[in-house]
Design a protein around this ligand. Structure first.
Ligand code: IDP
Ligand code: MG
Length: 172
């Protein structure tokens, strides 16, 4: 009884911690075109240089099943079949990044969904042209970030560590 109470408390407190303040987390993924075009380093570099903390990262080839789960909200869209085909056409780099407002700021760093509308200086604004080849993914809310992180990474794969630069990025 006590053990199950402590387990629930631990999981809930981890969930809350993962969703708030300096410990907010987002799911960022470099798509097959980003990998083929040799942009992995550049995209990772932007998040590192901003001051966000890398929590998880994999290099993998995703199954149609996993991608269909990831994009379940878009399953009724006419481009869904093409989207899954594109995303399963080559290896990808899923990641978890952590930091203050990282979900919203991550989306700003990525740029608008359609690269034609992405401002210069954003990842999509600088490196791609068409919506169906927009090289990267970023969670659109704290809730979807939590869902996506749990879909792509186990608890064990989410690494707890304190970057040496922490005091130089945050006031507290
Ligand atoms: P987001 O990636 O900026 O969150 P969503 O609307 O969630 O944008 O769409 C997911 C992905 O589906 C986009 O990043 C893009 O790869 C693809 N997509 C969205 N709209 C279209 C479209 O009109 N044609 C082809 N692919 C699209
Ligand atoms: Mg989206």
């Amino acid at each position: 009884m006590l053990i199950s109470f402590l387990t629930v408390f631990f999981l809930v407190s981890r969930g809350i911690r993962a969703m708030s303040g300096n410990s907010e987390r987002t799911f960022i993924m470099i798509k097959p075109d980003g990998v083929h075009r040799g942009l992995v380093g550049k995209i990772v570099q932007r998040f590192e240089e901003k001051g966000f903390k890398l929590v998880s990262m994999k290099f993998m080839w995703a199954s149609d099943d996993l991608l269909a789960k990831h994009y379940a909200d878009l399953s009724s869209k006419p481009f869904f079949g093409g989207l899954v085909k594109y995303m399963s056409s080559g290896p990808i780099v899923p990641m978890v990044w952590e930091g203050l407002n990282v979900v919203k700021t991550g989306r700003v760093m990525l740029g608008a969904t359609n690269p034609a509308d992405s401002a210069p200086g954003t990842i999509r604004g600088d490196y791609c042209v068409q919506v169906g080849r927009n090289i990267c993914h970023g969670s659109d809310s704290v809730e979807s970030a939590q869902k996506e992180i749990n879909l792509w990474f186990t608890e064990k794969e989410q690494i707890g560590w304190t970057p040496a630069q922490k005091e130089w990025v945050y006031e507290d």
